[in-house]
Design a protein around this ligand. Sequence first.
Ligand code: PLP
Length: 411
Amino acid sequence: MRALTTSDPEVAALIRHEEERLAATIDLIAAENHPLPGIFEALGSAFAVKAAEGYPAARYHAGCAHADALEDLAIRRCCALFGAEHANVQPHSGVAANWAVYFAALNPGDRVLAMRLSHGGHLSHGAAASVTSRCFQFEHYGLDPDSETIDYDAISDLAARTRPRMLVAGASAYPRLIDYARLAEIAAGVSALFMVDMAHIAGLVAAGVIPSPLPHADYVTFTTYKTLGGGRGGVILCREKYRSAIDRSVFPGCQGTPAVNMIAAKAVCFNLAAQPDFRTRQEQTVANARYLGDALTERDYRLVAGGTDNHLVLIDLRPRGISGEHAENALAAAGLFANRNPLPFENTHPNRSGGLRLGTPAITSRGMGKPEVELIADWIDQLLRQPDDPAVRRSVQSGVAELTRDFPLPC
Ligand SMILES: *Cc1c(COP(=O)(O)O)cnc(C)c1O
């Protein structure tokens, strides 16, 4: 960072502090990951300069030969990785990808069914705080109160009653698999379009360790920085017949110039995600989440939906008498980062909820496995039993320092 240290020592110092924080702490935030090798270089590359409105061979700026080759490569790799008919790799983020699908497929005011935020859904699926709820008429479905898994019969009833134009599946805090075939059937039964937002699980899907929504969905959106480990950005996959509507909706509909450096990072990610060691890593991510869930269950914690099939566990802390926020803060003070999360059927503000969400993508990318996960579960238990005890905090802190020295950041 020679130039930055001279031009802006203040920001350079903050970047160094952030690098140190990442290296010396344990990231259990389910939405985060340590990027694959080469991602930072692609993001900080010469492609950050290029203005490239439009698409390969149809740009509104000159000098796009290499940007065109890059975007074609990213699209080709992405389609091959997921078995998609078409990919748009320009969305700046997951939410931007969702917007572009909504505006390609719907008219303002159309009815859409999506998973309720408090049951694991996402803000951009029509939550009251999101402008998506002002543009379209969202109806929300949720979980069965006993199993805490998606209540497909209730969705079927809701679809029959409300006749939506689109059914949206996908979640940010749902630890179980989603039955895409069943949802596609429900959508087809009312002539609705079917969109799947696989932001959290795209890496697991790419590696084939959990089922893919691709054969069933009209549109699939995702972010590249979560399980996929490809840096921040969004992608839309769709059937060939929707290609031109999707491309026009992204540009010029919703965005201007694409971030060509982000497209470079996406191309790198799609290539690495097709390699055998990526598959091994994603299998380990799922195994680690199961080890974490088992270790916490043994220590008497209640897991929402009784466990996990993917990269995350959601703990119900209410029986333990500690709020999600208190738990998050107690863990953070010892160098373990996770986040408080609403629980299904709990009608309270996220800041007062009793949920804590833990994910394994980042620790798995550092090479951690079962022994380390069991150590971490034990630390979490100690901290949650005595959240304000400085001696417990200090002892966990020194364990975290030792463990993170043994498992340096992948890059
Ligand atoms: C994380 C997430 C997003 C948001 O992606 P951004 O890149 O933050 O815009 C969208 N949908 C779901 C289901 C998510 O989990």
